[in-house]
Design a protein around this ligand. Structure first.
Ligand code: ADP
Ligand code: MG
Length: 253
């Protein structure tokens, strides 16, 4: 089976700034990879490359065996057509630090928007599915609430439901709990853990080491645009080999 995600020496610069300097990793189907590293190490940029929000300069990136656009391929720049890129992007769900819900739409309306507009799902069907997803994230009674009427944890759970409504094969989370008050972190991690147990393939940028230890199949430590070290989470946390990893992990304790 081809991995769900395969990055092979992905490089990205902003002008003279080399943000990704050859990132290679793989995520098997149904597995969870947690990506940790200091601020500015390129974690968000890497997720954005996977999701077509950013072009990269060199290397190759495959999602479900399919080449993601803008990779250097056979010595020349290979670009997907925007239509092909859009098709790929639809299959990838992304959850951001700042939930990014539409403020003037209810929780339910936020969830049904993309299935109706992008996938042409009939409204009644999209509504049924949205209610089922709200139930899954524990918010069935908040269908008609506007984002401002929800706590940060509830908004983030709506954002997860919204991403799931497109039936993604891969979910990307970029510090999904970093903007939350501490008492709200657990409810979001709980939903993510449940999703992992249901077999979703996930890449999670997080500083929640407890979550990584408990839920991830693979923990990757990135610094200055490279993967410094990776491995089975318990093993890596108990026994980091690289000084940079040790130094970083000690800042989280
Ligand atoms: P992380 O998510 O690990 O904190 P980022 O991927 O956000 O790191 O950023 C990596 C580096 O790239 C940082 O130095 C950041 O300032 C820089 N960077 C990110 N986005 C841009 C951009 N659009 N233009 C220029 N530099 C950027
Ligand atoms: Mg970031």
């Amino acid at each position: 089976m081809t991995p769900m995600l395969q990055a092979d020496r992905v490089c990205k610069n902003y002008g003279a700034l080399q943000v990704l300097r050859g990132v290679s990793l793989e995520v098997e189907r149904g597995q969870v990879l947690c990506l940790v590293g200091p601020s500015g190490s390129g974690k968000s940029t890497f997720l954005r490359c996977i999701n077509h929000l950013e072009r990269f300069n060199a290397g190759r990136l495959y999602v479900d065996g399919k080449l993601v656009g803008y990779a250097e391929h056979s010595g020349k720049l290979h670009e997907l057509t925007s239509r092909a890129a859009a098709r790929q992007r639809r299959e990838i769900g992304m959850v951001f630090q700042h939930f990014n819900l539409f403020p003037h739409r209810t929780a339910l309306e936020n969830i049904i928007e993309a299935p109706i507009l992008v996938k042409k799902v009939p409204r009644a069907k999209a509504v049924d599915r949205a209610r089922e997803l709200l139930r899954r994230v524990g918010l069935v009674d908040k269908a008609d609430a506007y984002p401002a009427q929800l706590s940060g944890g509830q908004q983030q759970r709506v954002a997860i439901a919204r991403a799931l409504a497109m039936d993604p094969k891969l979910m990307l989370f970029d510090e999904p709990t970093s903007a939350l008050d501490p008492e709200l972190v657990g409810e979001v991690l709980g939903v993510m853990k449940q999703l992992a147990q249901e077999g979703m393939t996930m890449v999670v940028v997080t500083h929640e080491i407890g979550f990584a230890r408990e839920v991830a199949d693979q923990l990757v430590f990135m610094d200055a645009g490279v993967v410094v070290e990776s491995g089975e989470p318990r093993e890596l946390l108990a026994n980091p080999q690289q000084d940079r990893t040790k130094a970083f992990l000690s800042t989280l304790l």
